[in-house]
Design a protein around this ligand. Structure first.
Ligand code: SAM
Length: 218
């Protein structure tokens, strides 16, 4: 894939030795990779929430596995891998985004603990291992994807998997429907603004912290 049309976006995180996460993105959409080729505001808020909680010592991911769904440019998952070098992060998206994810992993010299693979919510996928943490940033903007995403979460999350799901509110009724659907299999709480980065948070962006309601055989 040719990346000459892409421009770089930088996000600062709190790791003193390597504070910048860089990703290539295509804000003009000329490369035809769809909504995933740009950084979304929700991703920034979620990345900074993870950064803030890490800086407070509230997030221990040593030896854990993280799965990101609908990674887009990969900014959130790459930032998390940078914050927690001892965890293994898998970025996923539709097939056409995988070259961009791989390019952005390389750009951040993150190949030691971060990798990319195709995972399409509309085709059933299984994983080699149950992830400890699943993150989803702005995955419910399109109503057509609510059911596939909810089913993917239900299929891939184990009994102890923590799910962090974030979205920007645009169509309240549709989002409420997704939340109602999700609550059939998961219990979750909303993450308060006081728990989020003191600067990078928004009244329009909601973060949820969930787990399955019922244990499953693994
Ligand atoms: C609104 S974008 C958010 C991108 C990124 N998470 C962020 O916050 O910057 C939604 C993402 O979901 C991905 N997506 C859409 N349909 C999908 C599907 N069927 N399976 C997997 N990912 C999908 C898109 O390619 C895109 O990367």
């Amino acid at each position: 894939m040719e990346f000459s049309q892409y421009i770089e976006y930088e996000l600062e995180i709190s790791r003193a030795d390597e504070p910048l996460v860089r990703v290539l993105q295509d804000p003009s959409g000329v490369t035809g990779c769809g909504v995933g080729s740009t950084v979304w505001d929700t991703g920034l808020v979620l990345a900074k929430y993870l950064d803030y909680q890490t800086s407070l010592g509230n997030l221990d991911l040593s030896g854990k596995t993280v799965l990101e769904l609908g990674s887009g440019t990969g900014l959130v998952g790459i930032a998390l891998g940078r914050l927690h070098p001892q965890c293994q992060v898998t970025l996923t998206d539709k097939e056409e985004l995988v070259p961009l994810l791989n390019r952005n992993i390389e750009l951040n010299s993150a190949t030691d603990n971060t990798r990319a693979q195709c995972l399409d919510w509309t085709s059933p996928t299984s994983l080699d291992a149950v992830p400890d943490l699943i993150i989803v940033s702005d995955g419910i903007w399109d109503k057509e994807l609510h059911q596939p995403l909810a089913e993917t979460l239900a299929r891939l999350a184990g009994s102890e998997t923590r799910v962090l799901l974030a979205y920007e509110t645009r169509k309240f009724d549709e989002e409420a429907e997704f939340i109602a659907r999700w609550s059939q299999t998961f219990r979750f709480r909303d993450i308060k603004p006081s728990e989020q980065d003191p600067v990078m948070h928004s009244d329009d962006i909601f973060l949820f912290d969930g787990k399955r309601k019922i244990k499953v055989a693994e």
